[in-house]
Ligand binder design. Structure first.
Ligand code: DGL
Length: 295
């Protein structure tokens, strides 16, 4: 049973929008969203203590992600949840089925996968590549959702196991990084894809490096753009009121692990609109796993 139940009914229209990722990846989403919505306030939670999520099994990812989402809602009364992590998002449907997380459903929950698949299914592409973490690739959600909506589109995925960790620890200047990136992209280039989905929010930070390895004919699809559109729509429905004055950056950053590295690595990331500072450690109580049923 969870240690505490979120009470989302008390969220005010002027409350912050809660963002969540395992690490620095979701900052790429926040950077894009902030560009479009500068008058909102934001609370960004990175579960750096448990990063990388992509190498964990789905049960564990549900437990970690549910703990973080519950913390955002019950401790900070956010008005909306943005799961800026594909790996956690693939576990959302299973999570939200469970009785103990029903309270989360009273808030809008935005994820990268739903709007991206919807857009791709209606778009001009016929061969779509996806690069993502192992857990996202194994879930097959990008493949199944795109093809359910448009069976004419072929989708091929590549699991890029080490990539997010390199980015998280600011190691993208290493020669090894360039060579593994090349290795991951090679089969998709050979397959002659016409678009590539960045299926892990960490990868948006290396958009330039990815672009330089792809033929010009391949379009890069960054779910951050679709998320920003989705949030705008949602806020319109909610009739939300803005809180930040004079476009002053109103973003609070919290991490479950060591704050200094997060702040240092973030400084080096190619973000245009936000600056990560005054990061504090967050104590996020882990929701206990279910007692195994031995019947
Ligand atoms: N940023 C996360 C995503 O979009 C994954 C990073 C991790 O493996 O923790 O999938």
């Amino acid at each position: 049973m969870p240690s505490e139940q979120p009470d989302s009914s008390s969220a005010l229209p002027s409350a912050p929008i809660g963002f969540f990722d395992s690490g620095v990846g979701g900052l790429s989403v926040l950077d894009t969203v902030f560009h479009h919505l500068r008058d909102e306030s934001y609370l960004y939670l990175a579960d750096t203590q448990h990063m990388p999520y992509g190498e964990r099994d789905p049960q564990e990812i549900v437990r970690l992600a549910a703990s973080c989402l519950t913390w955002l809602v019950s401790q900070h009364q956010v008005k909306m949840l943005v799961v800026a992590c594909n790996t956690a998002s693939v576990c959302l449907p299973a999570m939200l089925e469970r009785p103990e997380y029903q309270a989360l459903k009273t808030l809008p929950i935005i994820n990268p996968i739903t709007p991206t698949c919807r857009w791709v299914a209606e778009g001009p592409y016929r061969r779509v590549g996806v690069i993502a973490t192992m857990a996202t690739v194994l879930s097959k959600q990008y493949v199944e959702r795109i093809q359910a909506a448009n069976p004419k589109i072929e989708v091929q995925q590549v699991a890029c196991e080490l990539l997010a960790t390199f980015i998280e620890h600011g190691k993208t200047h290493k020669p090894l990084f360039q060579s593994i990136l090349e290795e991951y992209l090679a089969p998709l280039i050979e397959w002659e894809m016409d678009a590539l989905i960045l299926g892990c929010t960490h990868y948006s930070h290396i958009g330039q490096e990815i672009r330089s390895q792809l033929p010009d004919s391949v379009d890069i699809l960054d779910p951050a753009d679709f998320i920003a559109h989705e949030i705008k729509q949602q806020l319109k429905c909610q009739g939300s009121s803005s809180v930040a004055e004079d476009h002053v950056q109103a973003i609070t950053f919290r991490v479950t692990g060591e704050p200094n590295e997060f702040e240092q690595v973030s400084d080096e990331l190619p973000m245009k609109n936000i600056t990560v500072d005054i990061v504090q450690a967050a104590v996020v109580p882990l929701i206990l796993p279910e007692t195994p049923n031995t019947d």
